[in-house]
Design a protein around this ligand. Sequence first.
Ligand code: DX5
Ligand code: ZN
Length: 257
Amino acid sequence: MTHYIIQTVSREHDTIDFLDTSPAQNRIMPQTFRIAPSLLSADFARLGEEVRSVIAAGADIIHFDVMDNHYVPNLTIGPLVCEAIRPHTQAPIDVHLMVKPVDSLVPMFAKAGADIITFHPEGSEHIDRTLGLIRDSGCKAGLVFNPATPLFYLDHVMDKIDMVLIMSVNPGFGGQSFIRESLNKIREARGRIDAWCAQHGGEIWLEVDGGVKVDNIAEIATAGADTFVAGSAIFNSPDYAGTIASMRAALAQAQAA
Ligand code: DX5
Ligand code: ZN
């Protein structure tokens, strides 16, 4: 059953447009945007329904925040909950591990139907090994950077990365304010990704997580992000579809500018 689901979602991945990183175009602005609502702000008593609603409202990805009360000062959800929501959507489940250690959870989340697994470099003693473990388990792999964590952790592992996730708040809680310095980090990450992809090919998504709202999403995209986690902005709004549509309109406007 689980194997079937992972295969199905993998096929769906093939249909998602990746960034046009053609060096000739020398683009900063991504061409394809993805909205990833964070379940952290959803109603946990109605999680399956929330997943279905937010995807029906136009979201692309389900962002799944895992906190361990050790690496971050909060405790959330694990592989059993991932497995429980898996049948509710064909959309990719993007598991953000805010845990230490990381490795033992990777096969558990892969088996539970995760499509993307990201972790913080501070959470793993052997970053290269953990990235390999994630890909070997059939998932896309990514590194997450806290506001004060430098990007040099990417230096020797770009070939093992499918996603870079820039935290624009300190991890642990939803509803915090966007830290503006993260715009500089997004620009730097975009430069690294474009340079790598121009030379080696492949696709690497650049995701931003924390304080993303309708009124700042355009500025974040202009800095180079293509994938936007939004928890409170979507789940605390009365109209998920309206909020996601407003985000897309802001992105389209920024793209046209
Ligand atoms: C924070 C989490 C985020 C969080 C975002 O540690 O990783 O995914 O849910 O929430 P908002 O969008 O409310 O800042
Ligand atoms: Zn997150």
